[in-house]
Design a protein around this ligand. Structure first.
Ligand SMILES: [Zn+2]
Ligand SMILES: [Zn+2]
Length: 181
């Protein structure tokens, strides 16, 4: 007879999941050397954020990517802004940002992806585009390294957007990946 293990499979799974998820928190993502840092405090936790850099990101302000729940946390990643700036320069039109970084609590509230969704990594945003600009963005996004592309192009034009993230393949979902809402 097999010896009874002290942990259930669910406990084992949860433990493993936490180990993996813990390794891939936003805070462990390295900033490239030379990136301007600013330290902020949110609920007693130190969080680093980046500052505007008009030379590097002439068409985006870092503040456009702050969490909209009121907490003000903003852990958008510099390499993510590099990709978005590259895309912006290529399409030659303003790309309005609807949602950028989200704190885990806010993401859980507004997204089915829960407290660990793409927006909590600082490597995702929803850009408010439609029609011809949406077409151009879909055409160019993979070339700039975006690997998660969510398309919301139904209904009221004001509500349309494209989600763009550059996450690696797992643990938050398969990449590269395209989906619709
Ligand atoms: Zn928040
Ligand atoms: Zn999104």
């Amino acid at each position: 007879m097999k010896k009874q293990n002290s942990l259930t499979w669910m406990q084992k799974f949860t433990r493993l999941f936490r180990q993996i998820a813990g390794r891939v928190t936003t805070h462990s993502l390295p900033l490239p050397s030379g990136t301007k840092r600013r330290t902020i405090l949110s609920r007693g936790r130190k969080m680093t954020a980046i500052k505007d850099d008009p030379q590097r990101w002439p068409n985006f302000k870092v503040s456009e990517f702050a969490c909209k729940c009121g907490c003000g946390t903003n852990l958008i990643q510099p390499h993510y802004l590099d990709r978005l700036q590259g895309l912006r320069t290529k399409v030659g039109e303003p790309i309005p940002v609807g949602s950028g970084y989200r704190c885990p609590k806010h993401n859980q509230k507004v997204s089915s992806t829960g407290p660990n969704g793409p927006h909590t990594t600082g490597r995702a945003s929803d850009v408010r585009v439609s029609h011809q600009l949406a077409y151009k963005i879909l055409q160019e996004a993979p070339r700039f390294g975006f690997t998660g592309i969510g398309v919301a192009q139904k209904g009221d034009v004001k509500g349309r957007f494209i989600h763009l993230d550059d996450l690696p393949d797992r643990p938050r979902g398969p990449r590269p990946h395209v989906w619709s809402y």
